[in-house]
Write a protein that binds this ligand. Structure first.
Ligand code: EPS
Length: 367
């Protein structure tokens, strides 16, 4: 009922608030024997963290993972894996002024309407801080997918405001470039333009939306389920559950509206499909092509520009949010989108193995 857990065979439960003593997760259903150490979490948590560049929130969290259970002598045991990260840099006084006020565009109002009580410090449970634990859980999923099946998941920032990567249609993404700048931007030459853009936005006290693309390479055909457990349906739900996400596309997504069938269908040849408008999923089941998804993130609602709102006493007020906010939450969303895709894929892989593990490779298999 409370929806803090997702996944069927691999389930992840997260807990904690932005300004509470700690955040954490419990990962249940993980196969035994996977080598895991605190050091494994460092890279992806740093990719997602605040305070790593001047273009994101300046909150400085250590994001040090404590493994509380499920790992013995460096290997997963098959029992629930509990991970904990202590919050060390919450500055709750920034929220004193808005404790009784709803920020327009934020979850303040809806949490209040639903529960009649809320933790206003740093957005409480609705904070992007919660995504830390998704990324931590997915470190294990990414490792298992890579070791067991050679599957890799990569994301990149595909648009920020009106700026798009200067890439020709269908050009391969240079992931060295993506990892070499704080924006996860695939075209290094455009980074100064992005820096200038975000600096100006921050000076204006405003924020902007973004698009993040994520792809899984090497997924074998067959993962996914029909009807209610479709791989694309679960992927869309998982990606939509990320804070600030307002749209999800799989493959051609909404561009399919204006396509004809002769254009949209991905024709099949022995040496491969001739296009990938389906985003690697047909009938909810992986085709063996890259799994391709794209998400739209709304602009951060905590901004310095005053706006009209209400307070808990029912009075109309003007709101201005101080604090250490991201001018664009999309900048840090790339590892989060990768995490959600990896967790969905691992869950689906385990489910496929459970039901169809004896089927083996069916021919013909398109390269
Ligand atoms: C967030 C607001 C800021 C961000 C936070 C997400 O928190 P605070 O106001 O406490 O500085 O720093 O992000 C993180 C702490 C994180 O680790 O992602 C929000 O309102 O969502």
């Amino acid at each position: 009922m409370s929806s803090n857990t997702f996944g069927k065979l691999l389930s992840v439960t997260t807990f904690g608030e932005s300004h509470g003593p700690a955040i954490g997760c419990v990962i249940d259903g993980c196969p035994p024997g996977i080598a895991i150490a605190p050091a494994d979490f460092v890279h992806d948590l740093a990719r997602r963290a605040t305070g790593k560049s001047r273009y994101t929130s300046q909150r400085h969290e250590a994001d040090e993972v404590e493994i509380l259970s499920g790992v013995y002598e460096g290997k997963t045991t098959g029992t629930p894996i509990a991970l904990l990260i202590r919050n060390v840099d919450a500055r709750s006084k920034d929220y004193a002024e808005i404790a009784q006020t709803f920020r327009p565009g934020h979850a303040d109002y809806t949490y209040w309407q639903k529960y009649g009580i809320r933790d206003p410090r740093g957005g409480g449970r609705a904070s992007a801080r919660e995504t830390t634990m998704r990324v931590a859980a997915a470190v294990i999923a990414k490792k298992w997918l890579k070791q067991r099946y050679g599957v890799e998941v990569h994301g990149w920032l595909a648009q920020i405001g009106g700026i798009r990567p200067e890439l020709s249609e269908g050009a391969a993404i240079d992931f060295d470039s993506v990892e070499s700048n704080p924006f996860f931007w695939p075209v290094a030459a455009q980074v100064p333009e992005l820096e200038h853009y975000i600096n100006a936005l921050r000076k204006a006290g405003d924020s902007v939306g973004a698009r993040v693309n994520v792809v899984a390479v090497g997924v074998p055909p067959g993962w996914g389920e029909p009807v209610y457990g479709k791989l694309d349906a679960e992927l869309a739900a998982a990606l939509m559950s990320i804070n600030a996400v307002k749209g999800v596309e799989i493959g051609a997504g909404f561009a399919a509206v204006v396509q004809n069938g002769s254009e949209h269908r991905d024709e099949m040849r022995l040496d491969g499909f001739t296009s990938n408008h389906a985003g690697g999923i047909l009938g909810g089941i992986a085709s063996g092509q890259d799994i391709v998804a794209s998400i739209a993130l709304k602009p951060t609602s905590s901004i310095l520009i005053p706006g009209h709102s209400m307070n808990t006493a029912g009075e109309e007020v003007e709101v201005r949010t101080k604090g250490r906010h991201d001018p664009c939450v999309g900048i840090r969303a790339t590892p989060i989108a990768e995490a959600m895709m990896a967790l969905v894929l691992m869950d689906q892989a385990l489910r496929h193995r459970a039901q169809c593990g004896d089927v083996g490779e069916v021919s013909p298999r398109i390269a």
